[in-house]
Write a protein that binds this ligand. Structure first.
Ligand code: DIG
Ligand code: MN
Ligand code: MN
Length: 386
């Protein structure tokens, strides 16, 4: 019932189950796995696909011959396991050269290098089958706003994305871009900090139709926001091109916990939304196991991400079939059509008709809204007692 299948489109980045457990205060607690070992681990736990940053696969200083061998071995592992590569991205945050950002760096040479590196990474991603290309601007921000005019930063990011959209079109690649927001960490403030900010920015680009968003649970939670609302806005705009699933306590550093590990109710509403609207993209878990985990427990981490998603998917089906819950929802959303004349939008006639109505506020306020009952039924459904 809760075993992952290819049609569930569960994916993990090489950097997720391959995370060796280091953190700002401690060394790695697990040996580093090779990309090939990671592909086989993901196949063992039942994932459908694997994603990567360029340098997760090909080290930044690899020679062309080393690159070719690494890619050959990776392709062989994909063939052996049947895993696919739906998404790729560029590491524009780890090397010290990006200490002041990549596309938004003050140094034009760094900005040019970031463009070149991204073009090469796009080539690699397309070669391995990626159809979505993620941009997470981890270093595109500031510690001191004395250092950079945000208008310059925005223009530089816009110019970079326009340039890369033209590159993709020129190459004839079938590729969509997905912008991933995060409010801070590793920079004190990161530009375009939320999915909403990204949606506004996309409309200022030359090819907005090529660009959507990749919302991440932890990142909207870090900003104190309702993740499902952010995803709904992206979906409504036709811009939900990818999604990073994980979990996160509010008001903390980017924890990237196992999906559903912290905010099970928010995870439920998210899964319900994605399944209700028929989202057909990857369910990508951008998360990693606790530092205390060995690779047996890392596999449990990966299995847990997928199982929890499937359990919550089944809970959403139960919610939608629950007679008492659905009866409450239909009462709450009752509409006798009295105000249907407004559905067609504005007209002088509808405005006059609206003016002629005497609203009885007390009567309107007396309508029952049994949200406590509704939420309790939802909680009891999640707790498994209905
Ligand atoms: C972090 O949340 C970012 C990077 O790991 C990567 O660029 C992106 C892809 O999911 N998520
Ligand atoms: Mn994160
Ligand atoms: Mn992410």
């Amino acid at each position: 019932m809760y075993d992952p299948k290819p049609e569930h489109k569960f994916t993990f980045g090489l950097w997720t189950v391959g995370n060796p457990g280091g953190d700002p205060f401690g060394y790695a607690t697990r040996r580093a796995l090779s990309p090939v070992e990671i592909v086989h681990l993901l196949a063992e736990v039942g994932a459908w696909g694997v994603n990567f940053h360029d340098n997760d696969l090909v080290p930044i200083d690899a020679t062309p011959a080393e690159r070719d061998q690494i890619v050959k071995d990776f392709k062989q592992a994909l063939d052996e396991t049947g895993l696919v590569v739906p998404m790729a991205t560029t590491n524009l945050f780890r090397d010290p050269v990006f200490r002041d950002g990549a596309f938004t760096a003050n140094d034009p040479a760094v900005r040019a290098y970031a463009l070149q590196k991204t073009m090469c990474a796009i080539d690699l991603g397309v070669e391995l089958g990626a159809k979505v290309y993620v941009f997470w601007g981890g270093r595109e921000g500031t510690e001191t706003d004395a250092s950079k005019n945000p208008l310059d930063a925005g223009k530089r990011f816009r110019d970079a994305l326009n340039y890369l959209c033209n590159y993709v079109k020129d190459q004839g690649y079938e590729l969509k871009f997905a912008l991933e927001a995060k409010p801070n960490e590793p920079r004190s403030d990161i530009y375009l900090p939320t999915t909403g900010a990204m949606l506004g920015f996309i409309e200022t680009l030359d090819y907005p139709e090529m660009i959507g968003v990749n919302p991440e649970v932890a990142h909207e939670h870090m900003a104190g926001l309702n993740f499902m609302h952010a995803v709904a806005q992206a979906w409504d705009a036709g811009k939900l091109f990818h999604i990073d699933l994980n979990d996160q306590k509010f008001g903390r550093y980017d924890q990237d916990f196992r999906f559903g590990a912290e905010m099970i109710k928010q995870a439920f509403y998210l899964v319900k939304f994605l399944e209700d609207v028929g989202y057909e993209g990857s369910r990508h878990f951008d998360a990693h196991a606790y530092r205390t985990a060995d690779y047996d427990d890392v596999k449990e981490f990966a299995r847990g991400c997928m199982r929890t998603y499937l359990i919550l998917k089944e809970k959403a089906q139960r919610f939608n079939a629950d007679g008492e819950i659905q009866a409450l929802l239909s009462d709450i959303n009752a509409d006798d059509g009295t105000y249907g004349f407004l559905d067609a939008g504005y007209s002088a006639q509808s405005a006059q008709q609206l003016r002629d109505i005497n609203f009885d506020r007390q009567q309107l306020t007396s309508k029952k809204l049994p949200y406590e009952r509704l939420d309790q039924l939802t909680v009891e459904l999640l707790l498994g007692v209905r």
